[in-house]
Design a protein around this ligand. Structure first.
Ligand code: ATP
Ligand code: ZN
Ligand code: MG
Length: 305
């Protein structure tokens, strides 16, 4: 596809119903199927390292994310959850106040303090789950979860408040994590080449922790993040090397008793969906063979925690 054709498709709405102003996207029929097939494809890539699939609760405690400096690094992204306060007649006052009106918001006076967060990346739940553990082996885990990011501008299918992220995560010794990230850098490059999906692999400069953190100085020596950009503008997958950051903060020890290194490969499902729809149309059967995966198969194994 020429870049001119692409530019004209950009302004075209490929999704039939969505609320793009609020960063919310509705999919239907073949779009849902295509997203499911893409996720199955990523699961098959997770099998390359024998990753175990996990399903975590969709919320994380404020406490656990604060361990990772989340609220100083990413306060702008955070979406917090609260409940209607059932103490001190609060529930009754709230119900009384709603009798004669249709609600568009709930006044904060009726709400409990926020103790849980809808996370902005799937892999935080992995580090939280492994906190205070000593690993018997280096671990590979895959997880898919809804993610929430307050962004300054939204674009349907590309930049949303809510979207889905499939991650493959490695936790263990430094060498294992480096090899893991190299494996996926090569694997994804080769598959995108074979699919002829236009992409660039780029070093990224927005890390997962505080920009003031001295660990960032290391990034000048060694890239901590790579991104696969679709048509040179849209990050569809990132490869992240966290060094010992999460191992230290969550007190995860590798099999030698040292703080564990971690790395993750993160796939934005809706961005992949949008790229594939633009390149190949909505029907998953039109995907190049190398991007087709008939059945989701994630191997279940004994965990080495
Ligand atoms: P960008 O620079 O485009 O904001 P990012 O560097 O913030 O991307 P990551 O933090 O690496 O993205 O997130 C992993 C993946 O999640 C991205 O490669 C992308 O596919 C997806 N993603 C990130 N933010 C959004 C969003 N707001 N809406 C949809 N998908 C997203
Ligand atoms: Zn991650
Ligand atoms: Mg971003």
């Amino acid at each position: 596809m020429s870049s001119e054709t692409f530019a004209s498709l950009e302004s075209e709405n490929i999704y039939s119903c969505f609320n793009s102003d609020a960063g919310l996207l509705t999919l239907q029929g073949s779009q849902v199927e295509l997203r499911r097939r893409l996720d199955a494809l990523f699961c098959s890539w997770a099998e390359v390292v024998g990753a175990i699939e996990y399903s975590f609760p969709p919320v994380l405690s404020v406490y656990s994310l604060d361990l990772a400096d989340y609220f100083s690094s990413f306060p702008h992204l955070a979406t917090l959850t609260t409940q209607i306060d059932s103490n001190n007649e609060g529930m009754k006052r709230f119900v009384d106040s709603t009798r004669n009106e249709r609600l568009t918001e709930v006044d904060q006076n009726y709400l409990t303090p926020a103790r849980y967060v809808l996370p902005s990346a799937a892999c935080y739940a992995v580090y939280n789950h492994l906190s205070n553990k000593k690993l018997q082996n280096d671990l590979f885990i895959t997880v898919c979860s809804p993610c929430f990011r307050q962004e300054s501008i939204y674009k349907a299918g590309e930049r949303q408040w809510t979207f889905h992220m499939r991650e493959i995560v490695c936790i263990g010794r430094q060498e294992t994590v480096r090899n893991f990230l190299n494996t996926y850098r090569q694997l994804i490059t080769e598959i995108l080449d074979r699919a002829k999906l236009p992409f660039q692999l780029r070093e990224a400069t927005d890390p997962f922790f505080d920009k003031r953190d001295p660990a960032l100085i290391l990034q000048k020596l060694e890239p901590l993040k790579y991104e696969f950009l679709y048509r040179d503008r849209l990050a569809i997958t990132s490869l992240n090397f966290h060094r010992k950051f999460f191992g230290d903060r969550f007190n995860i020890q590798d099999c030698t008793g040292e703080p564990a290194y971690t790395g993750c490969v993160a796939f934005g499902l809706e961005r992949w969906l949008s790229a594939c729809i633009r390149e190949y149309g909505q029907n998953w059967e039109n995907l190049p063979a190398v991007l087709q995966k008939k059945e989701p198969e994630v191997r279940s194994q004994e965990s080495g925690e």
